[in-house]
Design a protein around this ligand. Structure first.
Ligand SMILES: Cc1cc2nc3c(=O)[nH]c(=O)nc-3n(C[C@H](O)[C@H](O)[C@H](O)COP(=O)(O)OP(=O)(O)OC[C@H]3O[C@@H](n4cnc5c(N)ncnc54)[C@H](O)[C@@H]3O)c2cc1C
Length: 332
């Protein structure tokens, strides 16, 4: 346990481990016995989870073989479009994940490793958005900040913040998370689970003193306009603990986009040389061995060679792919 205050990260009830410190540790994530070095490990799925695993297994001295049924990147998929009539234009559209909270420290560890540029996501009422239009029942309001909106919206925001704090101890939980104090997080969370696990988000809103003082219209508008990224009424039937998890970990706050498309993160990890591997030394130029048959073992480095983009942008092909590295010591 440490008492130092950190910035808030997803060190929370369900991840009570400081992943950011672990990832940054100079000794790496761990070690495998030398006799296991070079051993093949199958990874099913080349989404961000599989490619992070492959990157880290490679660093440990193992030989990851990624089996991907469709296309590397999975649900992190960015497509470039040309604006009609503007030949040189290029617009990146995110078809999957697009906004990433700064509290997701492990995700940003890899973003930073790849040297990718980020920018604040233009969520409602943020500086990045510039201005926001809220339209409800035929009435529209234009605002740059919450303060530009009528009192109704400010009352809702205050009720939401107040109820989270008074009923669910949000500030105390976040303070314990900033201190990386897993025992204190657990103590608060253990009291909340029996009280709230079987209660919905809407029950929380309806029963809280803060919202009870306000009109039904306040609840309705809260459901439609929500907090953070927008309306939450489709989540009203879900357990309040799931919503609390989002609020307490600030998953809906301070979100960033990746300039040029988030797909650069999985693609970048795939292409990134691993120069601190326990066993391998890179054999430039990077070469990819592919086996085009689903489930086939990848051939050794003498097999057909393609480059990373060619092997991974062929969505219809199932491929087992592995990058080729030379063992650091002869005879492995
Ligand atoms: C529209 C949309 C918007 C989203 N918005 C956000 C957002 O704003 N912020 C955010 O943080 N998250 C967002 N997400 C969620 C985020 O994209 C996912 O949580 C994340 O990309 C999942 O990564 P993964 O590696 O776990 O799984 P996936 O990306 O799903 O990767 C799994 C891979 O495994 C492959 N596969 C599956 N079965 C097999 C098999 N049997 N053999 C071989 N390959 C297989 C699949 O083809 C896929 O490529 C969004 C998702 C979607 C769809």
């Amino acid at each position: 346990m440490t008492q130092t205050a950190h910035r808030l990260t997803a060190f929370g009830p369900d991840f009570p481990f400081p992943y950011d410190r672990w990832l940054e540790h100079p000794a790496g994530l761990g070690q495998v016995p030398a006799e296991a070095h070079g051993r093949e490990v199958a990874i099913i799925g080349g989404g961000i989870a599989g490619l992070v695993a492959a990157h880290e297994l490679m660093r440990l001295g193992l030989r990851p073989v990624v089996h991907e049924a469709e296309r590397l990147g999975g649900r992190l998929r960015s497509e470039a479009f040309r604006v009609p009539g503007e030949e040189d234009s290029q617009v990146i559209a995110e078809l999957g994940g697009m906004r990433f909270p700064r509290s997701s420290a492990a995700f940003f560890h890899y973003v930073d490793l790849l040297g990718l540029e980020t920018a604040p996501f233009p969520n409602p009422l943020t500086e990045a958005a510039g201005s926001t239009v809220i339209e409800l029942g035929g009435q529209a309001w234009y605002a740059r900040t919450l303060e530009d909106l009528p009192a109704l919206f400010q009352e809702i925001a205050q009720a939401w913040d107040g109820a989270l704090d008074s009923v669910l101890h949000l500030s105390a939980l976040q303070e314990a998370m900033r201190r990386r104090d897993a025992a204190a997080v657990k103590q608060i969370w253990d009291e909340l689970v029996p009280a709230w696990d079987d209660h919905s988000f809407y029950e929380f809103i309806a029963s809280s003193e803060e919202f009870s003082r306000l009109s039904f219209r306040h609840r309705e508008v809260f459901g439609q306009v929500g907090f953070g990224t927008g309306g939450w009424d489709s989540d009203f039937p879900n357990t309040m603990l799931e919503i609390l998890r989002v609020a307490v970990c600030e998953f809906d706050d301070d979100q960033h986009l990746i300039r040029g498309g988030v797909e650069q993160v999985p693609r970048g990890l795939w292409a990134q040389p691993v120069d601190d591997a326990a066993h391998w030394r890179p054999a430039p130029p990077w070469r990819i061995c592919t086996a085009a048959t689903p489930g086939a073992r990848s051939p050794e480095c003498s097999g057909p060679m393609t480059d990373a983009s060619a092997s991974s942008t062929t969505p219809e092909r199932s491929a087992a792919t592995t990058r080729c590295w030379r063992p650091a010591s002869p005879g492995c």
